[in-house]
Write a protein that binds this ligand. Structure first.
Ligand code: GDP
Length: 325
């Protein structure tokens, strides 16, 4: 609410300037855009992503992109540019039930929604039989938990699953997946810690086919930081399994670093999408914008708690209003 208050008062000021000059300029857009910038940075969107986003909104607000199609949110700006005086515009927008400041907020929010996935709602998993879902991500981000959550999610939509444990470097991670599987009543395939992870993954998929499951979800080893061994292992698994999805699990609390992280994973293993975890925390979710902007890949799910049920499809509209505060 605070964001909207300060944004709307700075836009009202801008409106008065617009009233004098009869047009939107870089000058009178400065304060409203500053507010947007502040909100995005507070939400932990990475700085280069914020810069590109502001530039886009500015271009849009200044009407340079208005000509290629009139969407309701650019309508106001277009009418101003068309030479309608701001005061008749004001009357018109009031009559339409939309005030200029909410109109601007809508432009910003629509731009955010577009960037995060075009307002289409949940991004589905890629088809396949079985669907092979490779989970990637750093250690501690919630990857193993997300694997279990995804299995339960699919199970609820009447799809059978097999979970595969390949983190041979941390026996605790294998135990954790076995326990999660037992809790949600989904079988877990593991071969201990003495077999090559790529081999385990291949055997796991074979086992999935033998069992006739709809989906095989492969939990992989994370590292504390981006690491060449980890990336190499993921690349080998991808080449061997040709998974339908390679999902990068990103901790929403990662903040500004999320952009670099996503770029590294996407460049090296070509992810198909992401799961943003720990959105039940106080993070404003700026990482969601960074993920999409940097990789072009959708966020498919959001983790909202430690329980196995705490997984939701990603809704760009909800995330946009959370980011704007
Ligand atoms: P991994 O090392 O990436 O496999 O991470 P884990 O799945 O072991 O999760 C690390 C910690 O984060 C655990 O304590 C999980 O319970 C917790 N966790 C995972 N996802 C979420 C989430 O969406 N919300 C919250 N609050 N905690 C989570």
């Amino acid at each position: 609410a605070a964001m909207f208050d300060s944004l709307s008062s700075s836009i009202q000021k801008a409106q008065r300037l617009i009233g004098k000059s009869g047009t939107l300029t870089k000058e009178n857009m400065k304060d409203p855009l500053k507010e947007v910038r502040r909100a995005l940075l507070e939400a932990d969107v990475s700085l280069p992503v914020v810069r590109r986003f502001i530039k886009k909104v500015e271009e849009r607000a200044l009407g340079t992109k208005v000509l290629d199609g009139v969407t309701p949110d650019t309508q106001f700006i277009k009418t101003v540019l068309d030479g309608v005086t701001p005061d008749t515009q004001f009357i018109k927008t009031v009559l339409d039930g939309v005030t200029p400041d909410t109109q601007f907020i809508k432009t910003v929010s629509n731009e955010l929604i577009d960037l995060m996935g075009g307002g289409v709602g949940a991004k589905d998993l890629e088809p396949g039989f079985p669907q092979i879902i490779l989970m990637a991500g750093l250690q501690g981000v919630g990857k193993t938990t997300a694997a279990g959550k995804l299995a339960l999610y699919l199970k609820k939509s009447k799809k059978s699953c097999l979970l595969v444990a390949t983190d041979v470097y941390r026996p605790a991670a294998i135990d954790q997946l076995v326990k999660l599987g037992a809790a949600i009543d989904v079988p877990v395939f593991e071969m201990g810690t003495q077999v090559d992870p790529v081999e385990i993954a291949k055997k796991g998929v074979e086992e999935g086919r033998r069992l006739g499951v709809d989906a095989v979800i492969i939990d992989t080893a994370g590292r504390l930081q981006v690491d060449e061994d980890m990336m190499g292992e993921l690349r080998s698994m991808k080449a061997a399994l040709r998974p339908s999805d390679t999902l990068l699990v990103v901790d929403a609390m990662t903040g500004q670093e999320a952009a670099n992280l996503v770029k590294a994973f996407n460049d090296q293993v070509d992810i198909s999408g992401a799961i943003l975890t720990k959105m039940d925390g106080d993070s404003r979710g700026g990482a969601a914008l960074s993920v999409r902007e940097v990789s072009g890949k959708p966020i498919k799910f959001v983790g909202v708690g430690e329980k196995m049920e705490a997984l939701e499809p990603f809704y760009p509209e909800r995330m946009a209003s959370r980011i704007l505060g």
